[in-house]
Design a protein around this ligand. Structure first.
Ligand code: ADP
Ligand code: MG
Length: 382
């Protein structure tokens, strides 16, 4: 084991020992701006706790308050109300340069006239760190971001992904206890972005510090995060693991924002063997497992496209079974996507994986049955 690795493991151990104290806490944080004489609430009351060493994402559409939330963690904005704590200490009124966090932006703004080494060393030189120490730390960080051997390159001689890794190195070299990243991959094309997602996750694992990641890209958040806060209009709609957010969306907004989802709504007709039953028409019923709903109550249900089986013959069993007409079939390589219209006008999307021996079962215009297990119907709030 090299000294570097040993040092890093020690850092990871230290992080897990102090894991009782959260890295970041927001408590009822509100941010109001005065714009054209009117009060705009960019963040309407966010309370959340981020654990030490966690890869945590703020995910939501443009304008939902992600950047504002991040800037309050970094200390670039003062909250109008509420408290920000870092490692257990109230830092609400502590300026950015006195907080033990570093921020990386989409526009990485490297110094164009400096090479990679000088860009990364810049902050340490300004802090009057000794030459030997600078040499050790810059070398160590360049190894982590896989830029060893590129020390002499200028930013313009590098790809966007490499430049972003220099920006990352420049933040990490300060040994922050947390790194805040605001849409850092936004300027990269899809292939590079996907490669950098894996790379970022590896770097985070290696340095063992808390990453807070802002993105509007759901697949990016699902790929990298330990937990995700899904934001909408200045509020957190759901805070959970990627799997939970995908499998059990708390609200219609989350269900629609993350992946493709089908929404069905109606009134509970009866409760049978632990499932709420919605009769959509004489040939269609939806079973909702684990629902605490009673007969007569309105209910909204989501079901993911890949949980649904499509068949040209009526299935049997304790399943949700709905009848419809295929309005569209799209071949997508890995799977087929079917659009199926129900008698009440609702459209259901179904993904069917292309197995080795699969033959196309349904075509446009066919009457089909869709079926799925009761526990794949998930009742949601508003
Ligand atoms: P996101 O990063 O999720 O796209 P932001 O946090 O940047 O969202 O912005 C949230 C809302 O607050 C937006 O409606 C934005 O226009 C508004 N906002 C952000 N900064 C300011 C400001 N300095 N003055 C007025 N309104 C602002
Ligand atoms: Mg933003």
């Amino acid at each position: 084991m090299t000294e570097t690795q040993a040092g890093m493991e020690a850092a990871v151990v230290a992080a897990s020992n102090s894991s009782q104290v959260p890295a970041i806490e927001l408590d009822g944080v509100v941010k109001e701006y005065l714009a054209h004489g009117e009060v705009v609430q960019a963040v309407k009351g966010v309370t959340l706790t981020i654990a030490e060493g966690e890869f945590f994402s703020l995910l939501g559409p443009s304008g939902c308050g992600k950047t504002t939330t991040m800037r309050m963690i970094a200390g670039f904005e003062d909250p109008s109300r509420g408290t920000v704590r870092l490692h257990g200490q109230d830092v609400t009124n502590v300026p950015a340069n006195k907080r033990d966090v570093n921020m990386v932006f989409q526009s990485y703004a490297l110094f164009p006239h400096m090479n990679v080494w000088e860009n990364v060393a810049f902050g340490l030189r300004r802090k009057k760190v000794g030459d030997a120490e600078i040499k050790r730390r810059v070398g160590e960080i360049l190894e982590i971001v896989a830029l060893t051997g590129r020390e002499k390159r200028r930013p313009r001689e590098m790809s966007g992904g490499q430049q972003q890794r220099v920006a990352l190195a420049r933040a990490l070299v300060n040994n922050p206890r947390a790194l805040l990243l605001d849409e850092p991959l936004g300027a990269l094309d899809l292939k590079l972005r996907q490669a950098m997602q894996i790379e970022l996750k590896r770097i985070q694992r290696e340095v063992g510090i808390t990453f807070v990641y802002v993105t509007h890209d759901q697949s990016e958040a699902l790929t990298m995060s330990d937990r995700i806060a899904v934001m909408n209009d200045g509020l957190v709609e759901q805070l959970a693991t990627p799997r939970e957010i995908y499998e059990r969306p708390a609200t219609a907004f989350v269900a629609n924002f993350i992946g493709t989802s089908n929404l069905l709504s109606g009134t509970v007709d009866r409760v049978e063997a632990g499932s709420a039953v919605l009769e959509l028409d004489e040939k269609s019923r939806v079973l909702v497992g684990q629902a605490s709903h009673r007969a007569g109550e309105p209910i909204a249900v989501t079901v993911r496209p890949e949980k649904i089986t499509i068949s040209t013959e009526e299935p049997a069993g304790d399943l949700s079974i709905v009848r419809g007409t295929v309005s569209e079939v799209v071949y997508l390589g890995l799977y087929n996507s079917y659009a199926v219209n129900l008698s009440d006008g609702a459209e259901i999307t179904v993904f069917q994986q292309n197995a080795l021996d699969s033959t196309s079962t349904a075509e446009r215009g066919d009457t089909v049955w869709l079926s799925w297990q009761p526990h794949h119907s998930y009742a949601i709030g508003n």
